[in-house]
Ligand binder design. Structure first.
Ligand SMILES: [Zn+2]
Length: 221
C-alpha cells in the first residue's frame, strides 16, 4: 500500500491489497509469482490436477465476469476494453449482473486507505480449492474502488480516472505497484495521466503467461 500524497502536490498514489511474499519479478504481485512457483512444486510432486487448476487461474482461462458500479462516463468500460485489447484477447472480459460477477469496479467520490485518500484500491483474492471428491476449482475475485474526485473535492478529469481504473485492473491481472512516475502502476501525475501499461509492465504479464503455459505444456497438462 502506498500513501496518498507525495511531497509534490500533483503526485498522488494508489493502494492495493496484496499478499506478502517474495516474487521473482518485481513488477508482479508477490502472490502471483508465488502461484507460479507453486505450479512448479505441484509438477515436481506429481500433483497434476492441482497444477492444472493453478495454470488455469494464472492464464485466466475462464472469462472474467465483471460488473461496473456508478461508471457514469464509461471510464470503467473503456479501461476493461483497453486491457482486453492490450492482451490480444487472451483474457476475455464479459459484463454480467453484479450478483454473478467475479470482478466489481465501483466508482466513488473518495477512496480511503487506512485514513488516507487515494485514487484507487484493489481487493483481490486468488484461490484454488480442493474438494472432497479430489477435484480442484479456482476463483479470482476482485473488488476495485476508483475515486471520482481529488482529495480537495475537485472532480477528476477523465484521463486521471482512466489511469486509476487501468491501474486497479492491472492489480487484478497480476501487476504490483511501482514507484516510477510515468508508468501505469506508478503514482499519478495529474498533469500527465498514464493510460497504457509500459513495455516492462506488459512484458511482466507476458512472461508470467509464457512461463505458466510452458510448464503446462512440458507436463502435458
Ligand atoms: Zn496500486
Amino acid at each position: 500500500m502506498i500513501s496518498r500524497v507525495s511531497s509534490l502536490a500533483l503526485l498522488l498514489s494508489f493502494a492495493c491489497g496484496s499478499v506478502s511474499a517474495q516474487g521473482t519479478n518485481p513488477l508482479l504481485l508477490p502472490s502471483v509469482a508465488k502461484n507460479l512457483r507453486h505450479i512448479d512444486q505441484c509438477l515436481q510432486s506429481g500433483n497434476l490436477d492441482e497444477a492444472r487448476a493453478y495454470v488455469s487461474m494464472t492464464l485466466f482461462e475462464r472469462s472474467v465476469r465483471y460488473s461496473l458500479v456508478e461508471d457514469e462516463d464509461g471510464v470503467g468500460n473503456e479501461a476493461v476494453k483497453r486491457w482486453e485489447s492490450i492482451l490480444g484477447g487472451t483474457v476475455v472480459f464479459e459484463e454480467t449482473p453484479r450478483n454473478c460477477a467475479d470482478l466489481v469496479m465501483r466508482f466513488e467520490p473518495a477512496v480511503d486507505a487506512i485514513g488516507h485518500d487515494v485514487f484507487g484500491m484493489a481487493h483481490c483474492r486468488r484461490q484454488v480449492t480442493r474438494w472432497s471428491s479430489g477435484t480442484y476449482t479456482y476463483s479470482q475475485t476482485g473488488f476495485l474502488e476508483v475515486a471520482t474526485h481529488a482529495p480537495n473535492g475537485t472532480l477528476l478529469n477523465r484521463e486521471t480516472k482512466l489511469q486509476a481504473a487501468m491501474h486497479e485492473l492491472g492489480h487484478y491481472l497480476g501487476l504490483d505497484d511501482t514507484p516510477v512516475v510515468g508508468e501505469l502502476m506508478g503514482p499519478v501525475d495529474m498533469e500527465r495521466p498514464v493510460v497504457w501499461p509500459s513495455w516492462n509492465e506488459l512484458s511482466a504479464l507476458s512472461d508470467l503467461r509464457a512461463q505458466a503455459s510452458l510448464m503446462a505444456s512440458q507436463a502435458r497438462l
